[in-house]
Write a new protein. Structure first.
Ligand SMILES: [Zn+2]
Length: 101
């Protein structure tokens, strides 16, 4: 059995009525720094490139994907907190990353 811990301050921004379960799950593992980024997969012994899947210029870490990646910063649009509560979503792609246009 695990010991009971205090709720995290960010819990209400992740788990709220009307949230989209897959978005809430992704936000939850992001807050816990458990996203399966390529650098983490490589640490687990999974044979994969550690280069960012979007830009290919740096190691794919959570910080890189959400803060430093040139592609992410140019192509992801963060909705306002008001819109997030309406849709339950968080970043949305301004364009399809797989499209050449
Ligand atoms: Zn990148």
């Amino acid at each position: 059995m695990r010991p009971k811990v205090d709720p995290k301050r960010w819990a209400s921004s992740v788990w709220f009525e009307g949230s989209v379960p897959k978005h809430a799950f992704n936000m939850w593992i992001t807050h816990l720094d458990r996203l399966p980024t390529r650098s983490r997969l490589a640490c687990w012994g999974i044979p994969t490139s550690v280069d960012c899947c979007f830009c290919g210029r740096e190691t794919e870490t959570m910080d890189h994907l959400f803060v430093r990646c040139r592609f992410s910063t140019q192509n992801l649009v963060l909705r306002s907190s008001e819109n997030c509560s309406n849709t339950g979503s968080f970043p949305v792609l301004a364009r399809d990353p797989l499209s050449d246009k």
